[in-house]
Design a protein around this ligand. Sequence first.
Ligand code: UDP
Ligand code: MG
Length: 141
Amino acid sequence: MPERTLAILKPDCVKRNLMGKVLGRIEAAGFRILSLKMVRLTRETAGGFYAVHQERPFFNDLVAFMSSGPCVPIALEKENAVADFRALIGATDPRDAAPGTIRKDFAASKGENIVHGSDSPENGGIEIAYFFAEKEVVEGR
Ligand code: UDP
Ligand code: MG
């Protein structure tokens, strides 16, 4: 059964005109794009998305960054989508990310790290539903 994961092209990715390059890698790696759109998160919607991190020292900076400009949530599908997507993007800190990963090649720092990926299939479903109505998630390929 194919699995779903949520990616977000973060504000640094959009601002630096890297959307095409990152989307190209996502498509080349065999992910089906079920939906995508550009949104501007408020502090509230960014904080809600990252609520699990609200007690962490980096939370305020993370919310400020994620609401600093437009970003692009993307619903993805693939066999083993969650683990394969995290392998494609690499470790949170680009200094720790494997060669050839998106974060290694494009990210400026641990905070501004280009792209989000869900950390479990369950969260993949929850996070897709945070941004997309069911009718916006388009199957058929
Ligand atoms: N983050 C940060 N400093 C840290 C850890 C995380 O700024 O020490 C930011 C970073 O943008 C990261 C996000 O918070 O992508 C969520 O953190 P998480 O540990 O879930 O990393 P991810 O799942 O994105 O690799
Ligand atoms: Mg995470």
